[in-house]
Design a binder for this molecule. Structure first.
Ligand code: AMP
Ligand code: MN
Ligand code: MN
Ligand code: MN
Length: 275
């Protein structure tokens, strides 16, 4: 069984439509795929139809942007009910906040002499409700401010750099409430990416467990193989299950193609065992 529980489409900051994503997953031998667009469920219907056509098992997912203390976290919801009103309303509010953040990002880039970024980013956003830093990054490459999107994130759009603005995302408690309320399982996405020391990581995991979190994303395109082991240990210590996903955004972007998901370290309890 080839399983990938984290991926994006053009409904957020991915480069393939939901149907194209599913087709690519099928061609790459994936049996079970979760579409987990940022703060958006709109791609699931088309993904489901394509999955049915190809005989792939699609897991309805989402990746929710959360502000926890000083840190922005991503919480993946798996097997959510895409018609659950509190989840839909919560995500709509996050998307509205993204629009305001984009305006402030463009102001910040303007102050650094980079003009036209809001209009430029909009041209890359197939979903007008979901403006992401990735869309700004693609425009900055197009406009010649960086060689590729990785270089953009090194020099812009990240804390302390032009184009970065702080933002109030959803509360962890709310995001976990929407996911659990919709019958889904909450996964702490790519924990190795957050700027947390050990004590802060333990505090986060403690709260995550207390609020009903289900799993830690142990294997992800954002982790090194050494980090797979580190986060497998954390998961075990906190009684959490383990998830795995590529976090695929598009051909040529990011580290792992869809379905390129190494096996979990020994001793993990896979979050998908009941799917
Ligand atoms: P946002 O949710 O709008 O703040 O955008 C976050 C997205 O930007 C992530 O989901 C990634 O797709 C992308 N991103 C963040 N940091 C980097 C990075 N260092 N290199 C490439 N893409 C990144
Ligand atoms: Mn993304
Ligand atoms: Mn993420
Ligand atoms: Mn992601």
């Amino acid at each position: 069984m080839k399983i990938d529980l984290h991926s994006h489409s053009t409904c957020s900051d991915g480069l393939l439509s939901p149907a194209e994503l599913v087709e690519r997953a099928v061609l790459r031998g994936v049996d079970m795929l979760a579409l987990t667009d940022h703060d958006e469920l709109a791609g699931l219907e088309a993904a489901r139809a394509a999955a049915q056509h190809w005989g792939l098992r699609l897991i309805d997912g989402v990746e929710i942007s959360v502000q926890w203390e000083e840190t922005t976290l991503h919480i993946v919801g798996l097997n959510v009910d895409a018609d659950h009103a509190p989840l839909m309303d919560g995500l709509a509010a996050i998307r509205a906040g993204r629009e305001q953040r984009a305006q402030r990002m463009a102001d910040s880039l303007n102050a650094a002499g980079i003009t036209g970024s809001l209009e430029g980013a909009r041209r890359y956003a197939k979903n007008p409700e979901l403006l992401s830093r990735s869309h700004f990054a693609r425009y900055l490459v197009e406009a010649g401010h960086a060689r590729d999107t990785n270089a953009v994130f090194r020099n812009y759009l990240t804390p302390g750099k032009p184009g970065y603005v702080p933002h109030q995302w959803a509360a962890l408690k709310d995001a976990l409430g929407w996911i659990a309320g919709s019958g889904g399982l909450a996964v702490l996405a790519h924990p190795g990416r957050y700027p947390l020391n050990q004590q802060q990581a333990e505090k986060l995991l403690g709260e995550f467990v207390e609020l009903g979190g289900a799993a830690v994303e142990v294997v992800t395109g954002s982790h090194t193989p050494e980090e797979f082991v580190v986060w497998a240990r954390y998961a075990k210590r906190f009684g959490l299950r383990a998830s795995a996903g590529s976090d695929f955004h598009g051909p040529g972007e990011g580290y792992r193609d869809v379905g390129n998901v190494p096996v979990l370290p020994a001793g993990c309890d896979p979050v998908w065992s009941g799917f």
